[in-house]
Design a protein around this ligand. Structure first.
Ligand code: ACO
Length: 377
């Protein structure tokens, strides 16, 4: 095919929008040169160490950490929003058995929009209420799908329990020891927000047309599902199971690299010298391995990390420790990315509200490289 694209146009193209700054945000700051990430000014490691996920959700939406009375009021507000309608439960029960939970979750968010009389109300207060509802209800949807998968009766949410305790309770019928819950909560905090990543940007594009938050979250779930983004945490665990034991790492890696395959859980568009979130999540993963007395995955993790650095100079990203950590917590592998959704919905919605406040339609250009102009006769 004749290439009709002007070379000047081609020079202007930023493939994958790499290095392109499209807007400002006050939600988070990624400082790749020092491997650092802050949410509303606070380093993510400190938040993961010292805060609950509910505190971090509040911070992302309202810009400040809540004091004791604000946290109590926030708890009352969102914990009573957790339950989902009988109609939605009925729809979930009709989803095909083999459906990927990300597809089910994406469809469930669309259904939530149908039940909300305020779906198209884009005033600040209505958007905030919708963000809160999504934060409160996504865990209930994921847990309902999880129990359905295992042929178990649904467990209704308990508003007395914290976000993380309640989620374990709804999935497994009991709350595990606090150290396990803490590792989970840390993963939620670390996954909560990351500036203009692919799924957040997808949702911001939707918001920029003055569409609604449910549509933006539905689109963002679609973007997160891919293995180059959130789907990598599932792929990491499939790889670890395929490798099986530490002695197999070198041969497995050599085969993948010889076939020019990407190693899931490694590399990042923005961080080139290490992902700021990995040390905290790696510590949580190692804690899980100790708590479960399962030393299968940690040696595979270390060897793969070492070999990728030595051979490719590529560092692990957050999905690398998160995958085996979720496996050790007892979640099915195809539920790992839905867990990521439960966390990232906080950052997504903070961005969507920010987009509404300072909106300009997002509409980039493309350089045409098709047929030259021609006519029908
Ligand atoms: N395994 C092997 N090689 C890699 C990897 C990897 N995981 N990541 C990058 N490379 C190589 C590329 O092959 C390329 O090599 P080349 O220059 O010889 O062609 C070079 O490093 C640059 O990589 P790009 O693909 O250009 O980097 P890009 O910024 O476009 O992609 C991405 C970033 C998509 C994350 C990539 O590193 C990747 O596919 N990683 C695996 C998937 C993954 O883990 N995704 C999770 C991202 S983090 C998150 O969503 C929480």
């Amino acid at each position: 095919m004749m290439n009709t694209m002007h070379s000047s146009n081609q020079d202007d193209i930023k493939y994958g929008l790499a290095g392109v700054m499209v807007d400002t945000t006050s939600v988070s700051k990624v400082m790749q040169e020092i491997n650092s990430l802050t949410y509303r000014g606070y380093p993510v490691q400190e938040l993961a160490q010292q805060c609950s996920f509910e505190q971090v959700a509040y911070l992302l939406w309202y810009g400040e950490l809540p004091d004791a009375s604000q946290l109590q009021a926030f708890g009352l507000q969102q914990r009573h929003q957790r339950d989902i309608s009988r109609t939605l439960i009925g729809h979930l029960q009709k989803f095909p058995d083999g459906a990927h939970p990300m597809d089910s979750l994406r469809t469930a968010v669309s259904l939530l929009a149908l039940e909300d009389a305020d779906t198209d109300d884009n005033h600040s207060a209505a958007s905030q209420t919708k963000a809160l509802k999504l934060f409160a209800r996504l865990p209930t949807i994921v847990a309902t799908l999880f129990r359905q998968r295992h042929g178990l009766e649904r467990i209704a949410p308990d508003p007395q329990l914290s976000y993380a305790d309640n989620f374990f309770y709804m999935c497994f019928g009991e709350v595990p020891e606090p150290a396990v819950v803490r590792c989970f909560e840390q993963s939620m905090i670390l996954y909560a927000e990351h500036s203009f990543n692919a799924s957040t940007f997808t949702g911001r594009v939707v918001m920029s047309t003055e569409s609604d938050i449910y549509s933006a979250v539905t689109a963002a779930i679609g973007a997160l599902k891919g293995p180059l983004h959130g789907g990598a945490n599932e792929a990491v665990m499939h790889n670890m199971l395929e490798i099986g034991c530490v002695d197999q790492v070198d041969d497995w890696l050599a085969g993948k690299l010889a076939d020019n395959e990407k190693i899931m859980g490694f590399g990042h568009r923005v961080y080139r010298h290490g992902d700021s979130r990995v040390p905290s999540m790696k510590a949580a993963f190692l804690t899980m391995a100790k708590l479960k007395n399962d030393q299968t995955w940690a040696p595979i993790y270390s060897r793969l990390e070492q070999q990728m650095l030595q051979q490719k100079h590529i560092y692990p990203n957050l999905d690398f420790p998160a995958g085996p950590a979720y496996y050790l917590m007892g979640f099915d592998i195809d539920f790992f990315t839905p867990l990521f959704v439960m966390a990232r919905v906080t950052g997504w919605t903070a961005h969507f509200i920010e987009q509404q406040h300072n909106n300009r339609l997002i509409r980039p250009l493309s350089a045409y490289n098709g047929k030259a102009e021609r006519h029908l006769s």
